[in-house]
Ligand binder design. Structure first.
Ligand code: ZN
Length: 468
């Protein structure tokens, strides 16, 4: 694809001309409520897969729906099919539920408000998926020699339970040199970022039952054990809530520290503590020091209590001694923390304090550390700079995308996280939106990447995961 010399004016004309088509495709996808978490929406998810395959075909590609045992996967390809080379683009077309009361209109109707596309899934991740598809059509029609493969998942928002097995089976059919994932968020509008690392995750439920039912505190109080109180006591010993420091023995043993040059690039990325605080609506933070903040959100592990349930939460007061309590917690993990080992450390520590607490595995995702230099990283850097007029910062993301690790492992290719979303677009939030500026710029960036990356020749330079 190195032969694809980009005609700038021609590409700009193509992008402007396909705006109506882009909006129609986005409308069709958004108005198909592919909420993977909701069993009542299973038929909608399937309709979404059929529609997605149809959109790839309308762009001149081949597509098939692959059964996974859960929601299906759509695999597509644009290009001759005669080449053994390809760039894969991963997006997910399932969405979060949209029950927040703050929605100003039906989240499953696309509202076009000037440059803005409002609706569930617009930025996460249907809008970016279509930008890549329209870019691939242009690249293929203008002399691309490498194929563009599409891997569109419908279970990302529920932790990708079937993705690893499905992609392992399909890997032979997908000869790819590099994978682009477009499901990440920039630092701010005008401040692009490419993520090369993701934190992993280990979730757990802590359950304590000290009796068969809540009892009257006037009759049993003083002698009966209080399940909510005991659970709170244990949680307070797992983590210092004032500092965020985990207190579980061995918690930090395997955590690889950030390299000095990584931290330097984080700080030079344009990240601002004040902007971060404003974007997330946080009244105060544990620290105002920028270096500490970027280290903690991108490169250090966490222990978080998501919720505690038990006892009485209704109006007024009810004088009971609760006999059942439950906490949902998770640990965000960094290289080289293995989720199963972290769960064992948590379980052992909790039970050493209170042997009656049951610790249940609530799911895990591995961390990811990819390339921040090398030919594909450089191609991605140049693609964003070409399209948006500013070089992206290479940062890590604090979240987890399960599919990334699976693709790296089974496709034996580097995975680059070239997102198009902005913090204000509202991932998982009410009134989620995407915008034409990011879509059009994204198309341009993808075309530039397809043009350059096809000529890099990863097959001659086998790629190795980076050692930590
Ligand atoms: Zn997403």
């Amino acid at each position: 694809m190195s032969k694809l010399a980009i005609d700038d004016a021609g590409l700009d004309g193509y992008i402007a001309a396909c705006r109506n088509e882009y909006e129609a495709a986005l409308r069709a996808l958004v108005e198909t409520p592919t909420v993977s978490a909701d069993p009542a929406r299973a038929a909608d998810v399937r309709r979404g897969a059929t529609l997605a395959a149809e959109l790839i075909r309308q762009c001149g590609g081949e597509a098939q729906i692959v059964e996974t045992g859960g929601h299906p996967l759509v695999l597509g390809r644009l290009g001759s099919g005669n080449t053994k080379r390809g760039i894969a683009v991963y997006n997910h077309l399932d969405v979060q539920p949209a029950e927040e009361p703050e929605w100003q209109h039906d989240p499953f109707r696309l509202r076009i408000d000037g440059e803005r596309y409002v609706g569930r899934g617009t930025t996460d991740d249907k809008g970016p998926a279509l930008a890549a598809l329209f870019a691939a059509r242009y690249a293929v029609q203008h002399g691309a020699t490498a194929d563009v493969q599409f891997i569109w998942e419908f279970e990302e928002e529920i932790g990708s339970p079937h993705f690893d097995a499905a992609i392992a089976v399909q890997a032979k059919r997908l000869p790819v040199d590099a994978v682009l994932v477009s499901d990440t968020v920039w630092i701010a509008r005008g401040i692009p970022a490419i993520a090369y690392g993701l934190r992993g995750l280990q979730g757990a439920r802590l359950v304590l039952e000290t009796g068969v039912k809540d009892t009257h505190s006037g009759l049993t109080g003083g002698a009966a054990r209080n399940a909510v109180g005991e659970l709170a006591q244990v949680l307070s010993r797992c983590c210092n809530a004032a500092t965020g420091r985990a207190l579980i023995p061995g918690f930090y043993d395997d955590a690889a520290p950030l390299a000095a040059d990584e931290v330097r690039e984080f700080l030079a990325s344009g990240f601002s503590v004040a902007e971060f605080q404003r974007a997330h609506g946080l009244r105060s933070l544990r620290t105002q020091d920028a270096e500490t903040v970027v280290r903690r959100i991108w490169g250090e592990p966490t222990f978080e209590v998501h919720g505690i349930a038990g006892g009485y939460g209704g109006p007024g007061i009810k004088t009971i001694v609760p006999q059942r309590a439950e906490a949902k917690v998770s640990m965000r993990l960094v290289p080289n923390q293995e989720p199963a080992r972290m769960l064992r450390l948590l379980t052992a520590f909790v039970q050493s304090i209170n042997p009656d607490i049951r610790v249940e595995d609530a799911g895990a995702l591995p961390w990811y550390l990819g390339q921040r230099s090398g030919p594909y990283a450089e191609a991605a850097r140049r693609a964003i700079a070409y399209a948006f007029g500013k070089s992206p910062a290479f940062v890590r993301e604090g979240g987890s995308i399960g599919a990334v690790v699976a693709m790296e492992r089974h496709l034996h290719a580097p995975v680059l996280l070239m997102g198009l979303s902005l913090p204000e677009h509202g991932y998982h939030a009410p009134n989620e939106y995407f915008d034409w500026g990011q879509a059009a710029g994204g198309m341009k960036a993808f075309v530039r990447f397809f043009a350059e990356a096809g000529g890099i020749g990863a097959r001659q330079r086998p790629w190795q995961p980076r050692a930590v």
